[in-house]
Design a protein. Sequence first.
Length: 319
Amino acid sequence: MHELIKKQATLTLASIVVALNLACGCSSNSAAGELGYLFIGGLVVVATLVFIIEKAKSKGRITPEPDSQLNNERGKHLNNYLEQTKGERLTAEQCQTIEENLGLYHWVPEDLKKPWEERILVFLDSFHFTNMLDGNVTEEMRLLVAAEACLLIVNRPMSDYRHLQRIRLWENEIEGMENARGTATRHEVNLSWAYLKKTTGNARDGHNLTLHEFAHVIDFADDGVAQSIPVSRHSSDYEKWQVMVDEEHQRLMRSYESGKNYSIRAYGGYESIKGDKPELFSCATSAFFERGVRLKRECPKVYKALKKFYAIDPATWRK
């Protein structure tokens, strides 16, 4: 779209030059000269409008592209739905299912349970689940995925998941992805149900599959790129995140290469694509929720950034 506008502006300016030549050449003919100058005036107006539109776009004040507008509308819908759900709670049976299966449940402070449950209800109503084995998605499957996905946004808006369209559950490995237990894009999350059940019960190992993959969705949300910077380029925190990610990636690599253990698992450092570090944010997120005290001690900058972003403080949580 931007290139098209620039081409239009170039053509407009070229037309102005032609019109000037026309006006000058016809100066002896007053009628033709007046028409030439009127033509010039019209072109100047068009060129000015193009300039204003381009400038407004650079400041984010112009109507976004249709796809972006659609997702922004969906984000508003999700946030509005959350407002309408205020005060609603899960059933006793649903709470029991979560309590019996999620190790983190017993660590979450009571004052977060209400907003957590409200988000779970919206999530269950808003996103499509598919069981890739036999098509049968149980209430347990939906609840456990929704609960951990919503723990990430317990103090954040539902619009973090505005691009998400579907969650696909696989029995073990994900088809076509050898040894993969989970994958995520802007629009879709794939999870190995067997591995998910294995990781949800342990609240302190930093290997939580659902937290990890949905952190990717959040990372993708602002710009469609997973580079471990979950804030917009227009955010005042963007450069701080950029510097922190680069520094922490180097620390992480040095730590594991020297044989030392670390609060953020090694996968967060070794996976690097075209200079981006797509796994650092998701691995750090798992550590933030499950190893908060240790992460705060070993990586204070990372902990501080995640605390501000998620608006919670897991290092203070007590079972």
